[in-house]
Design a protein around this ligand. Structure first.
Ligand SMILES: CC(C)(COP(=O)(O)OP(=O)(O)OC[C@H]1O[C@@H](n2cnc3c(N)ncnc32)[C@H](O)[C@@H]1OP(=O)(O)O)[C@@H](O)C(=O)NCCC(=O)NCCS
Length: 226
């Protein structure tokens, strides 16, 4: 993955120095309020390795978010294959997701990172649609979805198959969708990608797209990030 720059952030693959932060966000009660599992350091490291390898292999994934000014890693935002959610979502579904250390909430970092990942997904990878989902009560997460222009698809709500029966209140998930055409209409950017402050011609830089338009499969199951 080529690091992406936003106004305040660098979005990049994971580095060794990020492991402690990654463990903290995967074990913190506040961060994990809407997830059934907490991870010890060994489990966190295994997930870290999977995410890092997946990003290196396919060019995208739940990627580290670093504050440009300080070099500090604060969590992750990224696109991810949601291949494990059949029959609720087709095997080639791409989701966008996020998880930040709590001291960095409320500053707009997630929205800023997510907007850039959406642009990358639609303009570089050529995805036709990106979805997101969350436990129904996770208002902070659905607020991000709404801020970045996603729309609720109530007919698509589902009980997450990876949430065990011991946590019935975390099963029901609400589904949000964003089609490429709606993203283009909202951002007015069908022909160019604003990247690192410069406008790159899609024709010159990104044609052909990475061959992922339409049906695709990454055949790695997508790391389970619950
Ligand atoms: C969900 C989560 C990522 C959202 O983080 P967040 O900080 O609320 O989201 P943003 O970074 O987009 O910040 C938006 C907030 O910053 C404020 N803000 C401040 N400066 C801003 C700026 N420059 N631009 C946009 N918003 C800004 C917004 O007003 C908003 O505040 P509010 O919460 O009072 O309404 C975070 O709560 C989290 O990590 N939760 C735990 C993990 C989790 O549940 N993940 C999702 C699973 S589906």
């Amino acid at each position: 993955m080529t690091p992406l720059r936003t106004k305040r952030l660098i979005l990049r693959n994971w580095e060794e120095r990020d492991r402690p932060l990654f463990h903290r966000i995967n074990s913190d009660e506040r961060v994990m309020e809407f997830f059934p599992f907490r991870r010890d350091r060994a489990q966190s490291d295994a997930l870290f390795d999977g995410l890092r390898d997946g990003i290196a292999r396919r060019g995208f994934g739940f990627a580290a978010v670093e504050i440009d000014m300080t070099g500090e890693c604060i969590g992750f935002v990224g696109l991810h294959p949601a291949e494990y959610l059949e029959p609720f979502l087709p095997k080639d579904t791409i989701e966008i997701g996020w998880r930040l250390a709590p001291e960095f909430w409320g500053k707009g970092y997630v929205t800023e990172a997510a907007e850039t990942h959406l642009a990358h997904g639609f303009e570089i990878f050529g995805f036709d649609e990106i979805v997101s989902f969350a436990v129904a009560g996770n208002g902070r997460s659905t607020a991000v979805m709404e801020r970045i222009g996603m729309r609720r698809d109530a007919a698509g709500d589902f009980d997450h198959p990876r949430v065990p029966d011991t946590h019935p209140h975390l099963k029901r998930h609400v589904l949000y969708r964003l089609a490429r055409s709606d993203w283009e209409a909202r951002t007015g950017r069908p022909d160019s990608l604003r990247c690192g402050g410069s406008v790159l011609s899609r024709k010159r830089q990104f044609v052909p797209l990475l061959g992922l338009r339409g049906r695709h499969s990454f055949e790695d199951g997508g790391e389970i990030i619950a």
